[in-house]
Design a protein around this ligand. Structure first.
Ligand code: AMP
Ligand code: FES
Ligand code: ZN
Length: 302
């Protein structure tokens, strides 16, 4: 198998792009896809400061490295969840990665906030994953706003996005369908959220991480061993194998033709946001935000 660009020996074949690449040409292909993802959806510019949420997984580390190689002003943010066994490993991976590449890093510890995930799990009478997601998103937003960043970037890839889109579609969740996408504009109390890897699959990102020698954290969270959307992802993988390129087409078609329709509908219905009565960050609950409610529940159950 020969590289489509330079005819050297290829190491990666991509059916969706009808191409195979040698290592150098693959890295250029990857960079070009990230660039297209950023420019095509106007995610951010080189003058802006970007906070990149680093979990220790290959996607967010690959994103951070590629953005810095492209000259963007990036700072990493790791949320230490306080889970014995798994959190110290993830944090160590992120810290070594940033030190090795000379990248700025901020770490926030949930334990210092009284919100260590094992404690939340023990005290709350419901699945911890949704509470954990809520807490992480709260701190992504808070740190981005408090520290004056222009946007908060996560490592979500095309497979994550298409699986989520498919899941929202299966439920016809029009509220989620109205604002799912690689760019969610900032508004009062909310930082802009961006997903620059939206054009790249899990496989493509894993190849990049491998070729760039990125050490990453494999161990799944002990509380949610199955990857999210694993059934839908497997289904979509079969569709992609039969119809290469369909995943990206489906997602791009949604962004161009379906999301605006849902967004108009949602704007007509209008969800009221007001500051949380405890922390001041916006919420649609009309009272306390989800994270402050978790804090209260922890106090009550002491
Ligand atoms: P996940 O929901 O675990 O697939 O993560 C999606 C994205 O959220 C990752 O690519 C990261 O950008 C971000 N993320 C998840 N967990 C953390 C964490 N503990 N600290 C910082 N960022 C995270
Ligand atoms: Fe949050 Fe597992 S419960 S990562
Ligand atoms: Zn609050």
């Amino acid at each position: 198998m020969k590289c489509k660009i330079c005819k050297a020996t290829a190491v990666v074949a991509l059916r969706s792009h009808n191409a195979a690449f040698c290592p150098d040409c693959y890295l250029k292909f990857f960079a070009r896809q990230v660039e297209k993802g950023i420019e095509g959806q106007k995610l951010f510019t080189r003058d802006e400061r970007i906070l990149v949420a680093l979990s220790g997984g290959k996607d967010s580390l690959a994103l951070m490295l590629e953005l810095s190689r492209q000259g963007y002003d990036v700072t990493g943010l790791h949320i230490d969840l306080g889970i014995p066994g798994s959190s110290p490993v993830a944090r160590g991976v992120v810290e070594r990665f940033c030190a090795r590449h000379g990248l700025k890093l901020m770490v926030r510890e949930l334990a210092a906030e009284g919100l260590a995930i094992p404690l939340v799990k023990e005290r709350l009478n419901r699945p911890v994953c949704s509470a954990c997601g809520k807490i992480k998103r709260h701190f992504f937003n808070k740190v981005a706003l408090d520290e004056g960043f222009d946007a908060l970037a996560t490592g979500h890839n095309l497979d994550d996005e298409v699986a989520r889109l498919f899941s929202n579609t299966l439920r016809w969740d029009t509220a989620y369908l109205s604002d799912q996408g690689p760019r969610l504009d900032g508004e009062d109390g909310f930082a802009r959220k961006v997903k620059p890897l939206w054009r790249l699959t899990e496989f493509e990102t894993a190849n990049y991480a491998f070729l760039m020698g990125i050490e990453h954290h494999y161990a799944p969270c002990p509380y949610s061993p199955g990857a999210s959307f694993s059934t839908l992802k497997a289904l979509l993988q079969r569709l992609e194998a039969a119809m290469p390129g369909r995943k990206l087409d489906f997602y791009q078609g949604f962004l161009a033709r379906a999301r605006p329709v849902f967004a108009r509908r949602e704007a007509e219905e209008g969800v009221e946001l007001a500051p949380c009565t405890s922390c001041g960050y916006p919420t649609s609950s009309g009272d306390m935000c989800g994270v402050c409610r978790i804090r209260e529940a922890l106090k009550d159950s002491k």
